[in-house]
Design a protein around this ligand. Structure first.
Ligand SMILES: Nc1nc2c(ncn2[C@@H]2O[C@H](COP(=O)(O)OP(=O)(O)OP(=O)(O)O)[C@@H](O)[C@H]2O)c(=O)[nH]1
Ligand SMILES: [Mg+2]
Length: 348
């Protein structure tokens, strides 16, 4: 395996020698992609000393962030997300945009995942000076994904990317997290089949602002049209969109490039409507509130679990709860009391 393509190796190498926050911030603001990548590594780090430095970098970048269009792109494995992003990315760069792609990879923790494939499938885009592609492991904690991806979005915006795309695999819970940090949510579907056959969760369709049936080429075209009709009908039954937007179902082929510019038109139309209706601002404010809430949850959770007394008592209480000798409610109350220093008994 070529060394430079394995992001885990790269991460291990760079993590030890990350530059200081002022150097990172200066680099980010001047559009230096290496500094941006290093800052994201810092933001994703779980080491407590890194959290403080990460907060400093994010804080310094915040005044320069917020102006990008934030687009979530989701779809089941194999639907063609990477291929689609490669093509759409080049399309928007030709129009003068700069695009950052944050790909959340749920498989990467175990196996190195599809990152390797993505890097090669998005080869041209990855090499373009106006593009930045960053695969990130989904991590073990969902709050973590949300928090770190939000921070990474801010860093990308401060680095001058006017388009930030967050890619997820549409099978798990991380879509809800991603939905809470993007302005527009694009769902890629396969030709034919309903939700069950496609393996996507119902809620994900409801979150979509734009649906594109990919692989609408060759013998699959009739099936793609069928899927388009089915989802157009399904969307009619959904409650009205808060932006007054009519979610669209389009056809495209990342292979031939057909329909790709229409998808981009739909994204532009969505942003025009979202801005005009005031939805964009409202949505972002609500997201910021949620961010604070999640961040506090996350920090408290970390603090709680790393508290020495909690760590010591946890196995005892877990054992009792697992064997039905204590309710989870009572055990939780005891652990919280221990955390607050109000409960000293180590055994009962
Ligand atoms: N016929 C056809 N094939 C496509 C199209 N888009 C992608 N593919 C093929 O579908 C396969 C999967 O594409 P990817 O872009 O890797 O899909 P992905 O959604 O990124 O997959 P994961 O990263 O595993 O989640 C590849 O073999 C692509 O060449 C398309 O529009 N038409
Ligand atoms: Mg992919």
């Amino acid at each position: 395996m070529p060394r430079e393509l394995n992001p885990h190796l790269r991460k291990k190498l760079t993590r030890r020698q990350l530059p200081s926050p002022p150097i990172l911030v200066e680099g980010i603001l001047s559009g230096d992609r290496i500094r941006l990548a290093q800052a994201i590594t810092l933001v994703e780090s779980t080491r407590p000393e890194h959290r403080q430095l990460a907060a400093e970098v994010v804080e310094a970048c915040l005044p320069y962030a917020g102006r990008a269009q934030r687009l979530g792109i989701t779809g089941v494995p194999g639907v063609g997300k990477s291929t689609f992003i490669e093509v759409l990315g080049q399309h928007v760069i030709e129009q003068g945009h700069k695009v950052a792609v944050l790909a959340i990879d749920p498989t990467s923790q175990l196996s190195g995942g599809s990152i390797l494939g993505d890097k090669t499938r998005m080869g041209q885009l990855a090499a373009h000076p106006y593009a930045f592609i960053r695969p990130s492991p989904a991590g073990s904690h969902l709050g973590g994904v949300a928090a770190h991806t939000r921070e990474s979005i801010i860093l990308c915006e401060a680095a001058g990317f006017d388009l930030v795309w967050v890619e997820t695999v549409g099978v798990g819970q991380s879509e809800t997290a991603v939905h809470s940090m993007v302005d527009c949510f694009l769902l890629l579907l396969l030709p034919g089949g309903g939700d069950e056959l496609q393996g996507i969760k119902r809620g994900i369709v409801e979150m979509a602002d734009i649906i594109a049936v990919n692989k609408a080429d060759g013998p699959r075209l009739p099936l793609a049209r069928e899927a388009q009709r089915a989802y157009q009908n399904a969307l009619r039954l959904m409650p009205p969109h808060p932006a007054g937007w009519k979610p669209q179902v389009l056809l495209c082929s990342a292979h031939t490039g057909k329909g790709i510019s229409e998808v981009w038109h739909a994204v532009a139309a969505f942003f025009a409507q979202a801005r005009a209706s005031g939805y964009l601002d409202r949505h972002r404010r609500a997201q910021a509130q949620q961010w604070l809430y999640e961040q506090v949850n996350h920090e408290l959770h970390q603090l709680f679990m790393s508290h020495p007394k909690v760590a010591r008592l946890w196995p005892q209480y877990e054992h009792k709860v697992v064997h039905g000798r204590m309710s989870a409610l009572r055990a939780a109350q005891r652990l919280v009391a221990a955390f607050e220093g109000q409960f000293n008994s180590e055994e009962e």
